[in-house]
Design a protein around this ligand. Structure first.
Ligand SMILES: [Zn+2]
Length: 132
């Protein structure tokens, strides 16, 4: 049974994210998890961009080649990106001259969802004492 860390009231199942007794925010609501996920994905893309996506994917391809392709005697084509895939790849991970717009968008979306989550939390906190 979960207990509120502030007032030690036992929390019923499905109480939401706010303690019904004292209004303490106990759980992180789904919208905040979504915001954190988007931010994490955006920063992951930013990290990939700083270490160079081509280097990372080339290294990954080398790993796959060494672990899977060679023991099975396969001879796959070398790692190459063409056409639309290359455009998408450059958009998401950036190039040495272009920032990773996909990552920038993910971070921006994460911040926006985080703000929305903050509003939801504040409403939940404000509504808790009256509904309890
Ligand atoms: Zn409480």
């Amino acid at each position: 049974m979960a207990v509120c860390p502030r007032c030690a009231t036992e929390l019923p199942e499905g109480y939401g994210s706010v303690c019904p007794a004292c209004g303490f925010v106990v759980r992180i609501p789904g919208v905040m998890k979504l915001a954190l996920t988007l931010l994490a994905a955006g920063f992951a893309v930013a990290i990939v961009w700083t270490v160079q996506a081509d280097t990372l994917f080339g290294w990954l391809w080398g790993m796959i080649n060494a672990i899977i392709a060679q023991p099975l005697g396969l001879r796959p084509a070398p790692f190459e990106l063409t056409g639309v895939l290359k455009v998408l790849y450059d958009f998401l991970f950036g190039t040495p001259s272009q920032p990773p717009w996909g990552g920038v968008l993910l971070i921006a979306a994460g911040i926006l969802v985080g703000f929305a989550g903050g509003v939801v939390l504040r409403r939940a906190e404000a509504g808790a004492p009256s509904s309890a």
